[in-house]
Design a protein. Structure first.
Length: 169
């Protein structure tokens, strides 16, 4: 007999669809929805890689995210964990995921959609910011990050002759 080894996701988690997170609470007040999420796996220490097993403290961190059937206020119930490895210099660590890296205040899926809205739709940065209810500098920062990650290194192109003097002849 086969039995599932993971925890079955609830309907709210499936609908919210943020990888590595599960919905723990939702409320509606004055036309706005609030979703409280938490990570679904304990993190590994960034220094030594040991998986944390003991929580130290918790705080709520507000995240900017894509609108899901209207504006959504997302709060991440973010834990600080102890590093249990005696040889590790790090005593504690905050959670982070690929969707919300260290020190980020917005999800990767929001930043990806901002970039797509500007590039594919040809929308202005200010128009995109207004459409997603974020600041224009956040859209600009997402574009800068995308350029750094996706565009090729100009110096490497010059070495291969793509941008060298011979292309001008």
């Amino acid at each position: 007999m086969n039995e599932p080894t993971g925890v079955a996701a609830d309907a709210a988690t499936i609908l919210f669809n943020l990888p590595d997170y599960r919905v723990i609470s939702t409320t509606v007040t004055v036309g706005r929805r609030q979703v409280i999420i938490e990570t679904d796996q304990p993190p590994g220490c960034p220094s030594c890689g040991v998986i944390a097993s003991r929580r130290k403290e918790r705080r709520l961190q507000r995240l900017r995210d894509i609108p899901v059937a209207g504006p959504v206020d997302v709060l991440w119930s973010k834990y600080r964990w102890y590093c249990e490895e005696p040889a590790c210099d790090r005593l504690s660590l905050f959670e982070s995921t690929p969707q919300v890296p260290r020190r980020a205040r917005s999800t990767s899926r929001l930043r990806d959609q901002l970039v797509e809205a500007v590039i594919r739709s040809g929308r202005a940065v200010s128009e995109t910011a207004a459409g997603f209810a974020v600041s224009w500098w956040m859209v600009r920062a997402a574009l800068n990050e995308a350029c750094l990650l996706r565009l090729p290194d100009v110096d490497k192109l010059a070495l291969h002759g793509s941008w060298g003097n011979e292309s001008l002849r």
